[in-house]
Design a protein around this ligand. Structure first.
Ligand code: NAI
Ligand code: MG
Length: 354
């Protein structure tokens, strides 16, 4: 993102004078991993001027609305946000606030990098960036249930919407990202053999855009099910992957599994005007409130946010401290085989920064 047209940076001055940014602590483990992240940001001297807002179930309880106007207005003003996970009820209930935010601010590219940091796993050389189209496909939520006889939910229908514009801006972002970050190859991941219209359009547009980068960035393509198998078998064969919304959602969780789990995987939602940083994981209700969640994913998301505002130096220092703490292994959280709490881990990282 650094150096890209969407960067909100301060012209590389290297000084961050309390840049305004929106903070949403989120639901479930959100408040715990957010507090841990703020401690680490504090330790590195990254001074965002936080405008704290609410969202999700927390906001529904306090303000009667899972996405209050004040939250949307804050992000519109600051154009920069760090967000904890927000719970979305399964089946019935309100629609996803995460999806609503991505659509509201046209956050068309979701950048999800995975890089090996945890020792002793099956792979130690994973270094992949997945770029997910973030506003279209089946996730537009054009769904109906059709009653038959007494059965009110006899048939369900969902419509995927894919546009040339949506495909083009996501794929172009992936190629620009590849150039800006010294990557060699972009893999277009699709299901055009079956979904000939929606996925066919993504593949066609992807190949057209790739032509413009010929000689600079290599391109290939892969069908999504084979992609899942290849990722598990040998992740080192991938560099940058670009794909549509739902495939990206699923594959990015798979990729998190390659580097130690969801506690390790950050994401950036990028639009023309706004950038919103979060973990790939959700609110983890199974471990919420216990103080055992791994804050690495959100801390790494904060690093992506620092990169975005041209504070790469601070981002690199945090990543190094994280990696050292995890590789040393004395203060890691339970998901990584340790028994440190969320804050004990964050404090161990912070000590390496001071
Ligand atoms: P989840 O990502 O919250 O949890 C899946 C599994 O990973 C759980 O076993 C959990 O304990 C573990 N896990 C997740 N983050 C962890 C961490 N930081 N440290 C240690 N373990 C961690 O997925 P789930 O349970 O499917 O979703 C829960 C809620 O979160 C749902 O309401 C869902 O809609 C929402 N969600 C929100 C997202 C967002 O805000 N961007 C993204 C994904 C899900
Ligand atoms: Mg997901």
């Amino acid at each position: 993102m650094d150096g890209s047209a969407t960067s909100l940076g301060n012209a590389g001055t290297g000084t961050l004078v309390s840049l305004p940014a929106t903070l949403i602590r989120g639901d479930g483990i959100g408040p715990e991993v957010t507090e841990a992240t703020l401690r680490v940001l504090d330790a590195v001297g990254a001074s965002f001027d936080w405008d704290e807002q609410v969202g999700g179930v927390t906001a529904l309880e306090s303000e009667g609305n899972p996405l209050p106007d004040g939250t949307v207005e804050s992000i519109r003003r600051t154009r920069l946000a760090l967000k904890g996970p927000l719970t979305t009820p399964v089946g019935t209930g309100f629609r996803s606030v995460n999806v609503a935010l991505r659509r509201e601010f046209a956050l068309f590219a979701n950048v999800r990098p995975v890089k090996s940091m945890v020792p002793g796993l099956r792979y130690d050389d994973v270094d992949i960036v997945l770029v997910r189209e973030n506003t279209e496909g089946l996730y537009v939520g054009f769904e109906i249930t059709i009653p038959v006889g007494d059965d009110r939910k006899a048939v369900a229908q969902s419509t995927a919407i894919v546009t040339r514009l949506g495909c083009e801006r996501a794929v172009r972002f992936a190629f620009e990202y590849a150039i800006a970050h010294g990557r060699q190859r972009v893999t277009i991941c699709h299901k055009a053999n079956i979904l000939k219209a929606v996925s066919g359009l993504f593949l066609d547009v992807g190949r057209e855009v790739a032509e413009e980068y010929k000689g600079r960035i290599d391109v290939d393509d892969v069908i999504v099910d084979a992609c899942a198998m290849k990722l598990v078998l040998d992740p080192s064969q991938f560099d940058v992957i670009v794909t549509t919304n739902m495939f990206g959602d699923i594959l990015s969780d798979l990729m998190a599994g390659l580097i130690g789990g969801l506690g390790m995987a950050p994401g950036a939602n990028i639009g023309e005007d706004v950038a919103l940083f979060e973990a790939v994981h959700g609110s983890a209700p199974d471990i919420a409130g216990q103080g055992i969640a791994n804050p690495t994913a959100l801390i790494l998301a904060a690093c992506m946010m620092l990169d975005h505002v041209d504070e790469q130096g601070k981002a690199t220092r945090i990543r190094t401290a994280l990696e050292e703490t995890i590789r040393e292994g004395a203060q890691t959280t339970r998901d990584l085989g340790g028994n440190a709490s969320t804050f004990e881990f964050a404090d161990a990282v912070s000590r390496r920064l001071s």
